[in-house]
Structure formats: structure tokens, C-alpha cells
Design a protein around this ligand. Structure first.
Ligand SMILES: *Cc1c(COP(=O)(O)O)cnc(C)c1O
Length: 343
């Protein structure tokens, strides 16, 4: 695959596609310890055919972004939270933890080395960063791998919304994403393999993605494809589901904080019943990739419930979006510790 060339990119029309950038970071774990890691130009991973990740799914990942500010600096949004979450995912899959301070340092090295690929401020583009931790050692029995690989690579991606925020419609799935005592809280590949078919079915029916209900009774909203769900109640509470099988979204927890401290809303993490959507005047899906996607309508059992509008974003959702993206791109003052300048 050809290496990407920053001088040939059309910054205003980037999609969300893999690109082979000049540098990535890799480190190997062997004989009980992380060996020295560093930058490399090689974008292929050497894997034995019996690498545990290939057969038994022992692998976890992260997703984060680097943002170009108006004064041409590059900054990261809460990278310490991604480090902590990868630690949790690693522990759940019996993988060695990549030290959290080294994680943030590796991400910064990759961003700096590929700085030409961080889209200019004002294009809405960002550098999407993908840290990955896999059981790369070979074994055919079902146990933890004898060796691990940690890698961080990146690629420029476009604004999620071309030409402004537009609501999208979702439908509930009859499938479950994860079990309550399974791996829903961990950012692991297996959860995503299980979501491909439900996601594809939703697309075929004309929806942006599907909403998963709780795996016990199918009565409560869990999350939206690869984003968390929130609703704004008619009495101005930012409400979001609480469940042991939801992936704890850093964007969601940031919005909970901003809703309370910057917008003066009430906040609630609790049950969100699929048959009580009338509580909400607005709803959205949030995550690093989606930022905030306003939910126009949600279909369940053949009925489409429209929240604010199928064509326009609601005012509270818009305010949350402006506050969050302002902090990320450095035009709104960040809460203590939320942004780290790379260079
Ligand atoms: C990564 C992810 C999210 C979003 O989390 P952020 O930290 O906000 O990017 C939501 N749901 C799932 C299933 C995810 O994997």
C-alpha cells in the first residue's frame, strides 16, 4: 500500500478511511516485560498463524484524536482517560497493561512524527489515533498469549458532518451487543465482530446504525452502535443510560460534566426505557468518531419516534457540541487537565 502524501490531501474533503502514514509506534512484551518501544515506518505487523488475537480475539483498542488549534498548535483531548480505559480492557482480557504514562508519551510521539497530517484548523478535520494491544504470541490452546504487541497508528479524518450537523435516524436491534457480565465495558474487537451483522441490517433498512437494548429484557436503551446515547428531558436534564455492558465513553462523561458545569442542566445516569421516549425533547449519540450525532428519530417495533426534528439539530445538543468541540480545538477554555498540547 502506498504511503500517504500530506501535500496531496484535500483537507476539506477527508473521509474516515485508513491511510498509511510515515510513522507509528510499536512495543513488544516478552518474557514478562515490555521491551523498548519506538517509532517505525513499517505499517505491517509480523504475526504467527497461531497468534492468540487471530483465533480467540485477545485484543483491545482505543480511539482518540489530535486537534489543530487556531494558533497552529496540536492538542490531545483527555489522553489519560484512553490510557486508563486500555488498562481496564487489558486486565479483562488477561493482557499485560501498557503503562499509562508511556501510552500518552507514545501517542504524542506518533502525533509529532506525523504532524504534517494533522488537518489545518477550520477544516473540521482531525488526526484520528488508533492505539491497539494484541496477544501476538502463538499458542493453540485457549490461554493468554505468551507475547504481546502494542501499536499506535494514526490517519487524518474529515469532519463527521459535511455542511453542518444533521440529525440521523436509528432503529433498535433484536440482537445484543454484549452481555451484562461479558465484555461490554471493554473496548475489545469481539464486541465489534458481533455488531457487524446488526449494523448491516440497520443500514439496509435505511438507518444510520442500530440502538442496542439491554440484554436481559430488551426494555432499556444501552448504546448506539459505537457511540453512547443521551437524551435531554423536557425539564432540562442530560440523561444517559447506566448499565454494566455499556462502553464508558469519554465523550459522554465529558458531556455529563459540561452539561452540569457549563450549561446548568441537571444530569442523570440511569434507566432509559424504550417505551418512555416522550420524556425527551432532544437526543444524540456521542463518541470520539461521531462527536455528537443528533438523533432525529428512533424506530422501535415499526414506529418511528421523532425527538426534536428529523432535519434540524436541537438547541441544547448544538450548545453541547459547540462547547465540546470548542475545548477540543482550543477556542473554549478547557476544564483543568482536559487538554494536553503536543507541540
Ligand atoms: C469507543 C466507543 C464509544 C465511544 O467512546 P469515546 O471514548 O467517547 O470515544 C462508545 N461505544 C463503544 C461501543 C465504543 O467502542
Amino acid at each position: 500500500m502506498a504511503k500517504a502524501d500530506a501535500s496531496k490531501l484535500d483537507w476539506n474533503n477527508l473521509g474516515f478511511e485508513y491511510m498509511d502514514l510515515p510513522y507509528r509506534y510499536t512495543a513488544h512484551w516478552k518474557d514478562g516485560a515490555w521491551q523498548d518501544g519506538g517509532l517505525t515506518e513499517n505499517s505491517t505487523l509480523p504475526l504467527n498463524e497461531a497468534a492468540v488475537v487471530l483465533h480467540y480475539g485477545q485484543g483491545a483498542f482505543e480511539g482518540m484524536k489530535a486537534y489543530r488549534t487556531p494558533d497552529n498548535k496540536i492538542q490531545l483531548f483527555r489522553p489519560d482517560r484512553n490510557a486508563a480505559r486500555l488498562k481496564n480492557s487489558a486486565e479483562r482480557l488477561l493482557m499485560p497493561v501498557f503503562p499509562e504514562d508511556k501510552f500518552v508519551d507514545a501517542v504524542k510521539q506518533v502525533v509529532k512524527a506525523n504532524a504534517d497530517f494533522v488537518p489545518p484548523y477550520g477544516t473540521g478535520g482531525t488526526l484520528y489515533i488508533r492505539p491497539l494491544l494484541i496477544g501476538s504470541g502463538a499458542t493453540i490452546g485457549v490461554h493468554a498469549a505468551p507475547e504481546y504487541t502494542f501499536t499506535v497508528f494514526a490517519m487524518p479524518v474529515g469532519s463527521y458532518f459535511k455542511g453542518g450537523m444533521t440529525p440521523v435516524n436509528f432503529t433498535t436491534s433484536q440482537y445484543d451487543r454484549a452481555a451484562h457480565k461479558g465484555t461490554g465495558q471493554s473496548k475489545v474487537g469481539g464486541n465489534y465482530a458481533a455488531s457487524l451483522l446488526p449494523g448491516e441490517n440497520a443500514h439496509k433498512d435505511g438507518f444510520a446504525d442500530c440502538v442496542y437494548l439491554d440484554p436481559v429484557n430488551h426494555k432499556k436503551i444501552e448504546e448506539v452502535g459505537s457511540a453512547n446515547f443521551f437524551g435531554i428531558t423536557k425539564d432540562n436534564v442530560f440523561a444517559t443510560p447506566k448499565s454494566p455492558s455499556i462502553l464508558p465513553s469519554i465523550t459522554k462523561y465529558s458531556l455529563l460534566w459540561l452539561a452540569e458545569h457549563r450549561l446548568g442542566l441537571g444530569t442523570e445516569e440511569g434507566d432509559v426505557y424504550i417505551d418512555q421516549l416522550d420524556r425527551f425533547k432532544e437526543a444524540g449519540a456521542c463518541g470520539t468518531a461521531a462527536v455528537i450525532s443528533p438523533i432525529g428519530g428512533l424506530e422501535h417495533n415499526g414506529n418511528l419516534h421523532v425527538f426534536y426534528s428529523e432535519t434540524e439539530v436541537g438547541p441544547v445538543t448544538k450548545k453541547l457540541y459547540d462547547e465540546l468541540t470548542g475545548i477540543q480545538f482550543g477556542t473554549v477554555e478547557a476544564p483543568e487537565g482536559w487538554v494536553q498540547v503536543v507541540e
